[in-house]
Design a protein around this ligand. Structure first.
Ligand SMILES: [Zn+2]
Length: 290
C-alpha cells in the first residue's frame, strides 16, 4: 500500500515535518508483531540524540533476556516496556522505528537496535534518525519520564475537550493546538486540518472562540486524527510505519500543503492560503474559516 504522496508547495513545511499522533499510533500498531518477543541483544551507534547520550549499556543490562510486554503511545511518544524497565521513543523530524530482517544492513544513522526473538523467529528493531532529532531514552521502572509527565490529554486515549484550556488564553488558536500540554499529539498538519473542519481562522485568539466553535473544534480535531489514522498516517517526507509502509493520508489532506487550490468544501468558492502562524506553515481557506 504505497500511495503517491502529494508534495506540499512549501519546502518549509516538508523540512519542519514531525510525525504526529496518527503517524506515531500507526508505528505502535505495526510494532505489534514484536510484542512478547525476548530482547537478545542491544546495540547502538554511540552518538547522542538531541544532544543527550543514549544509555546503551543500561539498556543492555536491563533489557537483554527480558520480554517486550507492552508498547504504548501518549501524544507523539512511544514507550516500550521491557522487563521492569522501559524506553521512551520520539521520532523527531526524521526518525523511523522499524522491524527489520536481521540481514538488513545497519548504516551510520541507525542509533539504537535490539535483536528480538519469538520462537524461532528473529527480527531486529531499529531506530534510525539521520538528523538525530529523535529521542530514545532509557528509564528504570521507578523513574518518571519528564517529557511524558508534561503532556496534556491525548485525543485518542482521553477524548478531546478543549473548553477550559482555551479560557483566558489570548494566544492564537493554532498556537494553542500545538501546545502539547493542552493536547498531546496534535502538530502542524492536523492543527490546520482541524481548524479548516471547524471553520475557524488559525489566528483567532483562543479565548475569543464561541462555545459552538469550541464544540466544532473538539469534533474537528478528533475527526482529522481519525481520518489520518485510518489511512495509516501522512507520509510527507520520512515517515513510514514499523513495517516500512508509507502512510496513505497525504491525498486526503484538506488544506495542508494545498496553497492556491480551491477549498474542498462543497459550495465554498474560497482559496487555500498559507503563511507562518506560530512559526510554522499554516493553511486555511480565506472564505469559510472565520
Ligand atoms: Zn472554504
Amino acid at each position: 500500500m504505497i500511495l503517491e504522496s502529494r508534495v506540499p508547495t512549501a519546502q518549509f513545511a516538508i523540512n519542519q515535518y514531525v510525525p504526529e499522533l496518527p503517524e506515531v499510533e500507526t508505528v505502535r500498531l505495526t510494532l505489534t508483531p514484536i510484542l512478547n518477543s525476548t530482547v537478545t541483544k542491544v546495540g547502538g551507534s554511540g552518538k547522542t540524540l538531541r544532544q543527550k547520550p543514549v544509555k546503551i549499556r543500561a539498556m543492555k543490562n536491563h533489557f537483554v533476556g527480558q520480554k517486550i510486554s507492552k508498547i504504548r503511545r501518549r501524544g507523539k511518544y512511544l514507550t516500550l516496556h521491557i522487563g521492569t524497565s522501559y524506553a521512551v521513543v520520539h521520532l523527531g523530524m526524521s526518525g523511523r522505528l522499524r522491524i527489520q530482517d536481521v540481514r538488513t544492513e545497519l548504516d551510520q544513522h541507525c542509533h539504537v537496535w535490539f535483536l528480538v526473538s519469538k520462537g524461532r523467529q528473529e527480527k531486529r528493531l531499529v531506530f534510525r534518525a539521520p538528523r538525530r532529532f529523535g529521542q530514545f531514552e532509557f528509564f528504570k521502572a521507578q523513574e518518571v519520564c519528564p517529557a511524558l509527565e508534561k503532556l496534556g490529554p491525548d485525543p485518542l486515549l482521553d477524548g478531546v475537550s478543549l473548553g477550559d484550556s482555551l479560557k483566558n488564553r489570548k494566544a492564537k488558536i493554532k498556537t494553542v493546538l500545538l501546545d502539547q500540554k493542552v493536547l498531546a499529539g496534535v502538530g502542524n498538519i492536523y492543527a490546520s486540518e482541524a481548524l479548516w473542519r471547524a471553520k475557524i481562522l488559525p489566528e483567532t485568539p483562543a479565548c475569543d472562540l464561541q462555545p459552538s466553535q469550541v464544540r466544532a473544534l473538539n469534533k474537528a480535531v478528533a475527526r482529522s486524527l481519525e481520518v489520518a489514522l485510518d489511512k495509516g498516517g501522512t507520509s510527507l517526507k520520512d515517515f513510514v510505519a514499523a513495517d516500512g509502509q508509507e502512510g496513505g493520508n497525504a491525498p486526503y489532506l484538506k488544506v495542508y500543503g494545498r496553497q492556491g487550490d480551491s477549498c474542498p468544501r462543497a459550495a465554498c468558492r474560497g482559496t487555500i492560503h498559507s503563511a507562518p502562524v506560530a512559526g510554522r506553515s499554516t493553511y486555511w481557506c480565506n472564505r469559510c474559516q472565520i
